[in-house]
Ligand binder design. Structure first.
Ligand SMILES: CC(C)(COP(=O)(O)OP(=O)(O)OC[C@H]1O[C@@H](n2cnc3c(N)ncnc32)[C@H](O)[C@@H]1OP(=O)(O)O)[C@@H](O)C(=O)NCCC(=O)NCCS
Length: 231
């Protein structure tokens, strides 16, 4: 896939001056392109800087790679062809990544990703109390992603843009590219599971056109879905 120039999605609402200057200062060179293995460290950096319900998670966990190891690394390892980056002309400053098939991803996570990281992230005690233990518990329970009500929305994604690039239409562009890639593969629909406390992300998703998916026991999570564009 070729890069998508920012000009294709530039005329979007801008929230404040910091964001405007980031988007407007470099409007032409910013592109969305497929992930390359050399983007890995940039993606980990973006991930941890936006992992605390959209805010900076650096210094919160035992290892700054913990959140990226849960929410970015496995997708890059298992489905790198479904990862796309926002490139400012020098490095990745945002990304979208995910899976076309959540049940298949869960199986691969258990088979490949857990053994790969288990020395680093041990199985937690039965009742997790610390934030590290809670994160380890997520790592050791990929089956939590298998929610019956999401059956008709097999794909899911994670999207993260560095703060100085937010609000310039890049998130919309990244979702466009991801949905197109799913449609090309014949995937009918996608779900996402943002924390309900992440009001800004929820506003973005609703604005984009996602709808709520009723789920019996949502807990602290919101469940949203969208169909892929028809071909
Ligand atoms: C959520 C995120 C990906 C959105 O990307 P973005 O580049 O900031 O969003 P865009 O500028 O493309 O916004 C697209 C549309 O959503 C709207 N929107 C975005 N954020 C909004 C907000 N907080 N409130 C209201 N509307 C919002 C925009 O106005 C725009 O509308 P328009 O296209 O009709 O003009 C980005 O802010 C981000 O990475 N946040 C931190 C990480 C995160 O929370 N990720 C999601 C975890 S579930």
């Amino acid at each position: 896939m070729s890069s998508v120039p920012l000009t294709a999605y530039r005329s979007k609402m801008i929230h404040n001056d910091v964001i405007r200057s980031a988007a407007v200062l470099d409007p032409v060179r910013t592109t969305i392109r497929p992930y390359r293995a050399t983007d890995l460290r940039d993606i980990y950096e973006i991930s941890v800087r936006t992992a605390e319900a959209g805010g900076d998670a650096r210094g919160i966990y035992c290892d700054d790679d913990l959140m990226p190891d849960l929410f970015a690394g496995p997708y890059l390892h298992l489905e790198p062809e479904l990862a796309f980056v926002l490139d400012d002309g020098g490095r990745a400053v945002g990304y979208v990544l995910g899976t076309a098939d959540t049940p298949r991803f869960v199986q691969a996570y258990r088979r490949v990703w857990i053994p790969r990281l288990t020395p680093k992230y041990p199985a937690p005690p039965p009742t997790s109390t610390t934030r590290d233990e809670q994160a380890f518990a997520l790592h050791h329970d990929p089956e939590r992603l298998l929610v019956p009500e999401l059956r008709d929305y097999p794909a899911h994604l994670h999207i993260n843009v560095l703060p100085s690039y937010q609000g310039g239409g890049h998130g919309r562009g990244l979702i466009d590219v991801f949905l197109d890639a799913l449609a090309t593969r014949g995937v009918p629909a996608l779900h996402i599971t943002p924390l309900t406390v992440n009001a800004s992300a929820l506003a973005f998703y609703y604005r984009y056109g996602f709808h709520d998916i009723p789920v019996a026991d949502p807990g602290l999570t919101s469940y949203l879905g969208i169909r892929t564009p028809s071909r």
